[in-house]
Design a protein around this ligand. Structure first.
Ligand code: ADP
Length: 205
């Protein structure tokens, strides 16, 4: 059914524009999309970056896989259809935040080119900054932060990315962060060095 048949008329012209909100917050909003294997370091880096941005006076929002699946997407599983719907809702949510001037950090495995393309298309290429947290599978498995790899190896988690489902590394990410042999603070700094200039406001109204 098309939208007009349901009598839905979305209005995209806001009373207070994104431009105004960016001025209010003195920042440029962007979506920082972290992709990588489970245990690669997405959540750790997202939290560290958020802490520093907060100290610099920036308003941020982290959208994280587990939190979203525990809440807005709690009715979704891991079938291909549900994974696609999961990403669609996340991207639409990120778009709402970015339209409100908020620097939005998305932390999701988002394992395939197709899934990340859906997110990029919804959010818009200009606002979508793809960051590949590149950690070898063996190291992620050794870290096994949540014990998921052990379970996946025992066959208790079907379609687990890296073990029984593919991870397609981004071909041209805006930034690639290799965490192997690097301190957490170095990885956080690498991302900050890239995004701080992008979110700086020049003060013009
Ligand atoms: P993800 O969110 O990608 O599933 P997590 O951030 O939950 O991964 O876990 C990554 C683990 O790797 C954490 O225990 C973190 O302390 C550790 N780690 C070690 N070195 C790094 C690094 N350079 N960058 C990020 N995390 C690292």
């Amino acid at each position: 059914m098309i939208q007009s048949e349901r009598h839905i008329y979305p209005s995209y012209d806001q009373f207070v524009s994104r431009h105004n909100k960016e001025w209010l917050l003195q920042q440029r909003s962007r979506v920082i999309w972290l992709t990588g294997l489970s245990g690669s370091g997405k959540t750790t880096i997202a939290k560290g970056v958020e802490r520093v941005l907060y100290e610099m006076g920036h308003l941020t929002m982290i959208l994280d896989g587990d939190n979203v699946r525990a809440g807005i997407n709690s009715n979704l599983g891991f079938s291909p259809e549900d994974r696609a719907e999961n990403i669609r809702r996340i991207a639409e949510t990120a778009k709402l935040f970015v339209q409100n001037g908020v620097v939005t950090i998305c932390s999701f495995v988002s394992p395939t080119h197709a899934i990340r393309q859906v997110a990029a298309d919804i959010i818009g290429a200009k606002d979508f900054i793809e960051v590949y947290i590149n950690t070898p599978l063996e190291l992620c498995e050794k870290r096994d932060v949540k014990g998921l790899y052990a379970k996946a190896r025992k066959g208790e988690i079907p379609d687990f990315t890296g073990i029984s489902a593919p991870f397609e590394p981004p071909q041209r990410p805006a930034l690639e962060i290799q965490t192997q042999g690097r301190h957490v603070e170095d990885s956080i700094k690498q991302l900050l060095d890239y995004i701080v200039p992008l979110v700086q406001h020049d003060g013009s109204k």
